[in-house]
Design a binder for this molecule. Structure first.
Ligand code: MF3
Ligand code: CO
Length: 249
């Protein structure tokens, strides 16, 4: 069952999403050669708590940290560690926060120092795919219109979408119905309604689509070792017009 949110509930989710967005801004500035992903994790937790919110991922299915930090061929759910970032890496920063029992969830991918034009293109196409998906989140469309828009943009650019992980409804739980795949034919699935709040999150591989999970039981990596990028926003479908992007400052 897809839970529709009231205007008041969406206002609280906007607060949680704002905490995530502001924290991601701090983290983006901190990303530079020489910093460890553990240091980014500590900074993330500090910034979330300073805003009166709680980390959403820590303890979720026993996930140990506040931040998911996925470097290079890591797709999602990279666990922060003593790993030192170096010039030319890319890092996905995925973060969730809880305010008054409601979740916000967002992710960005950034380059560490100066990256190549080739890497910048993968990152740009992934972000564009997210916004093209978001644009489809209007009353009267169907869920897979989002999925299709994401997939089409990614594949026209010569990349592949990850199918093992999907976007999701979000609210009093981090993951609610419906699942929001990043692939599919248009015009399928439930009709979109005002009050639906969705996390739209394309994961895009430069090479083939296949991913596997490492022995740490969390870190998903590309099977072919190719680079992967990830963007995510929490959005609320409005009675008319484009969605409100709750995790955008
Ligand atoms: N941001 C991820 C998602 O959208 C959640 C990471 S799982 C966790 O599904 F364990 F790290 F929380
Ligand atoms: Co999510």
């Amino acid at each position: 069952m897809i839970i529709l949110k009231t205007v008041d509930e969406i206002a609280v989710m906007a607060q949680a999403s704002r905490v995530v967005a502001e924290t991601l801004e701090v983290l983006k500035k901190a990303v530079q050669p020489g910093i460890t992903t553990d240091e980014l994790d500590r900074l993330a937790e500090q910034e979330i708590r300073a805003r009166g919110a709680r980390p959403a991922f820590k303890g979720y299915r026993n996930y140990p940290k506040t931040l998911c930090a996925s470097v290079n061929e890591q797709v999602v759910h990279g666990i922060p560690s003593k790993r030192v970032l170096k010039e030319g890496d890319i890092i996905g920063l995925d973060l969730g926060a809880i305010v008054e029992g409601f979740y916000g969830d967002s992710a960005v991918t950034v380059m560490v120092g100066q990256g190549s034009e080739r890497i910048a293109h993968l990152v740009r196409v992934t972000e564009e795919a997210m916004y093209l998906g978001i644009k489809q989140a209007v009353v009267g469309h169907r869920l897979s219109d989002i999925s299709h828009a994401v997939q089409q943009h990614v594949e026209l650019a010569g990349y592949s979408v990850v199918t093992e992980f999907v976007g999701h409804g979000i609210g009093r739980q981090l993951h609610e119905e419906p699942q929001v795949p990043n692939y599919g034919k248009p015009g399928q699935g439930p009709r979109l309604q005002a009050g639906m709040v969705l996390a739209i999150e394309p994961m895009v591989n430069a090479g083939k689509s296949a991913v596997k999970v490492l022995d740490d039981r969390w870190t998903a990596v590309t099977v072919d070792g190719s680079l992967s990028a990830h963007f995510e926003h929490t959005i609320a479908i409005q009675p008319s017009g484009p969605p409100r992007i709750l995790s955008q400052l």
